[in-house]
Design a protein around this ligand. Structure first.
Ligand SMILES: *[C@@H]1O[C@H](CO)[C@@H](O)[C@H](O)[C@H]1NC(C)=O
Ligand SMILES: *[C@@H]1O[C@H](CO)[C@@H](O)[C@H](O)[C@H]1NC(C)=O
Length: 348
């Protein structure tokens, strides 16, 4: 029989545990995301990280400043440092915290001024046209560069050939020797690999593993889709990015390292972020908010945005997407989070 003092101690602990509403919320969150921890100490540590993130989310949302929301999403048990180390991957060594700034490209002096963009549609959504595969998940591997390039190739192929063929990121991770797999790469390297290899095989033929593997060389000549080249959009010109995105999905690099990206929960994202590029994503459209259509307070009307496909699974953001403010600051040529600094797209 247990000693009475021990029983009292257990009873007290249980009572304290039940009295912590954050623990209950955390356990519901764990259930929702299928999360298990190796031992009680780890769970306790994660609870404290979760608690700080929930406080951050609630504080941010109560200010209701930018109109977008944060959420205790699937990254809510990670510190921002852990999140940065796991979920990015633009540029080699990005996992060590190194970020890539824009190469010193001369922007054409007349870009966005001399040319008229009034011929472009007011909004474009390549998802509605079947040119965007379902949102994928890079896992804990810095392979965003592969996902960004593949989404742009899938889009270009569907637009040209009328067929959506989901393509293999793992082939790029394993076989593109210029890049360093899960330790990062550039979309331009991915496009160059596809050109040299005369294509990429399907997702089904070379499925994603989320870790570095040996290149399965027999699959290199089982290409389903190829490209003839790729182009860089004029650096730091949102109007030129608009023209490119009106024609097809476009690979872009952004700064996605902040807690506002980590915990993004929907709405038109307005920052804060920098132009220190560390993550590859894909612009799959653009538009403008219509405002309150259902009487629930809704969004501020007339906010211009980019529709951006991410590779953190459909549970993140707006079903895996983020809408990012377009023409955020007049005259700020880099675009929000550097979205216009280094865009590129494949040519079929
Ligand atoms: C693919 O390459 C392998 C050698 O790596 C070769 O044996 C095979 O015949 C090739 N298949 C096609 C369809 O070209
Ligand atoms: C695109 O830009 C990258 C980075 O500046 C550069 O390395 C690459 O050669 C450019 N590619 C083309 C096709 O212009």
């Amino acid at each position: 029989m247990a000693r009475p003092s021990l029983l009292i101690a257990i009873w007290v602990c249980a009572a304290v545990a039940r009295a912590d509403p954050m623990l209950e919320r955390f356990e519901r969150w764990m259930g929702r995301h299928g999360r298990l921890y190796a031992h009680a100490g780890e769970k306790q540590r994660r609870l404290e990280v979760y608690r700080r993130n929930v406080e951050l989310v609630e504080q941010f949302n109560s200010m209701n400043n930018g109109g977008y929301k944060l959420a205790d999403n699937k990254f809510a048990d990670l510190t921002n440092e852990e999140f940065r180390a796991k979920m990015l991957g633009f540029g080699p060594h990005s996992r060590t915290g190194h970020t890539t700034t824009a190469p010193s490209t001369m922007a054409c002096a007349d870009s966005g001024l001399a040319e008229d963009y009034s011929d472009l549609p007011k909004s474009v959504d390549w998802r509605e046209k079947g040119a965007v595969a379902p949102v994928k998940n890079q896992g804990e591997c810095g392979s965003c560069w592969a996902f960004s390039a593949v989404a742009a190739i899938e889009g270009a192929n569907q637009i040209k050939n009328g067929k959506m063929v989901s393509l293999s990121e793992q082939e790029l991770v394993d076989c593109d020797t210029e890049a360093v797999g899960c330790a990062g790469g550039y979309m331009s390297w991915a496009f160059e690999f596809v050109m040299k290899n005369r294509g990429l095989t399907t997702e089904g033929n070379y499925p994603y593993l989320g870790m570095n593997g040996n290149c399965q060389t027999p699959k290199l000549n089982e290409s389903a889709v190829t490209i003839s080249g790729y182009r860089n959009v004029t650096a730091s010109s949102e109007p030129d990015l608009l023209r490119a995105a009106a024609a097809q999905p476009v690979s872009v690099a952004v700064d996605a390292g902040g807690f506002v990206w980590q915990l993004y929960g929907g709405g038109v994202f307005t920052g804060p972020c920098t132009s220190e590029l560390n993550h590859g994503v894909t612009v799959v459209g653009y538009g403008e908010t219509q405002g309150d259509t259902d009487g629930d307070g809704g969004e501020t009307p007339g906010q211009k945005y980019w529709v951006v496909k991410n590779s953190w699974g459909p549970e993140w953001g707006e079903a895996g997407y983020i809408r990012m403010q377009r023409q955020a600051v007049a005259g700020a040529a880099d675009g929000l989070c550097g979205i216009a600094v280094l865009p590129s797209y494949p040519v079929m």
